[in-house]
Design a protein around this ligand. Sequence first.
Ligand code: NAD
Ligand code: IPM
Ligand code: MN
Length: 357
Amino acid sequence: MKKHIVVIAGDGIGQEVTAVGKQVLERIAEKFGHEFTYDEALIGHAAIEATGNPLPEETITKSKASDAILFGAVGHPKYDNDPSAKVRPEQGLLGIRKALGLYANLRPIKLFDELLGASSIKPEFLQGADILFFRELTGDVYFGEKGRNEDRSTAYDTMIYSRYEIERIAEKAFEAAMTRRKKLCSVDKANVLESSRLWREVVQDVAKRYPDVEVEHQFIDAAAMLLIKDPRRFDVVLTGNLFGDILTDEASQIAGSMGMLASASVGDTVGLYEPIHGSAHDIAGKGVANPLASVLSVALMLDISFGLKTEAETVLAAVDNVLKAGYRTRDIADTNTSSDRILGTEAIGARLIAELN
Ligand code: NAD
Ligand code: IPM
Ligand code: MN
C-alpha cells in the first residue's frame, strides 16, 4: 500500500516523541511491504520562529495533500507566561483542526496490564478499564466569540454549539459504542449551561436511533469524580471540547501517564494522529520523554486512516512486549522497576524497533 504522511513534530518533546513514532512507521512499512513517503511541516513556536505564523499556509496545503498526519505537540513557556501575546503556538493546533474539519477527537484509554502499578489509582479499581473518549474538537468555548471590553478589564469566551455540530460527533460515538460494550456516557453541564442543554437534547435525539446502546448523562463535575472512583463503569464517553480536554488528562492517570495517551482527530478529510500531551518543557531536550503515546497514535493511524488492522495490532503487541520485558520510561516506572530497565526516549524506541524485527 502506498501512503503519504506529513510529519508535524512541533515543539518541545513533540520533536523527540514524533521521531520514534516515525521510526515505527518506517519499520512497519518495511516489515509489511508498504511504501510510505514522508514530508515535514512547521507548526507552533517552531513555525513562529521561522515564519512569524504558528500555522503557515504551506502546512495546511501539505496536510490536505497527505493521507495522514503524524503530529507532535505545540507550546512554549515564553507564551504560557505572557498572557498578552497575540500570536501563540496553540493557535497552530487549533487552526489546523479547524482548517481540516477535524471535529472528532478519539482518545482511547488503553490500560496495559503491566502498568497497573504505574497509576496512582489502586490496581483493583483499574484492572479491565477500557474507555474510548469522543471529544468534540472544533466547537465550544474554544471557537466561540472571545474578547475584552474597551478598557480591557473584562474578558469573555463564548461557549457555543449548534445542533449539527453535536449531532455529527454523537453519531460517531454511538457507532463506536455499537462495536464495543454498547454503553455511552454523555458528559455536560446541563444543570447550568444552555449550550449543554442543547447538547443533552441532541444526544437524547440521536440515542433514539441506537436503542441497543445504554445511555447515561453525567454532569462534568460528577463525571470527573466517577472516572477516578470507578473507571470500569465507562465504555464510550462523549463530551464537548473543553470538558473532553480536561477529562482526558485526568483519564491519562488510569493508563499510568500522559505519555501513554494517543489520539486520532478525524472528520471530513485527512486524519491527524497525536499524543494528548503537550510540549512538556519541564523535560524537553533531556531525552526522557515517553514516546509510547506517539507510537500508539501511529497504531491508530494504521487502523483508522489506512485500514491496516494487522499492522496496528503488531504495533500494540510490540509496545506490550517491551513493557512485559520490564522496560519503562521514567514516567511509567514504579517501585518494582529495576533501574537498568528505565530507558530514555531513544532507547525505548530502539527496543520497540527490535521487537518489530
Ligand atoms: P504537558 O502535557 O506538556 O505536560 C504535563 C505534565 O506531563 C508535565 O509534567 C510533563 O513532563 C508530563 N508529560 C507530558 N507528556 C509526557 C511524556 N510523553 N513523557 C513523560 N512525561 C510527560 O502539559 P503542560 O505542561 O500543561 O503544557 C506545556 C505546553 O504544552 C503548554 O504550552 C501547552 O499549551 C502545550 N500543550 C500542547 C498540547 C498539544 O500540542 N496537543 C497539549 C497540551 C498542552
Ligand atoms: C490538547 C491541548 C490543546 C487543547 C491546546 C494546546 C490547544 O491541550 O490537544 O489536548 O486544548 O485542545
Ligand atoms: Mn489537552
